[in-house]
Design a protein around this ligand. Structure first.
Ligand SMILES: [Zn+2]
Ligand SMILES: [Zn+2]
Length: 68
């Protein structure tokens, strides 16, 4: 899978590293942002926040929208 943002720039040499968690497009390391996110998991009937943060990949456009 090629990076969508690179393809928009006319480049098809970059391989995507993963799919954006928000829009689902494939992006390369340069166009991806890895963020940390908390995970809720149920302990009995009570949702608990995990002490360990999970990883989340979003593309540059979605990351920009999230922090704008
Ligand atoms: Zn790219
Ligand atoms: Zn995205």
């Amino acid at each position: 899978m090629h990076c969508y943002d690179c393809a928009q720039e006319g480049r098809t040499d970059r391989t995507g590293i993963g799919a954006c968690a928000r829009c689902g497009l494939f992006t390369c390391a340069d166009h991806s942002r890895i963020t940390r996110t908390t995970v809720q998991r149920p302990v009995g009937v009570i949702p608990m926040t995990s002490a360990v943060q999970a990883r989340r990949l979003v593309c540059g456009a979605c990351r920009t929208a999230e922090v704008a």
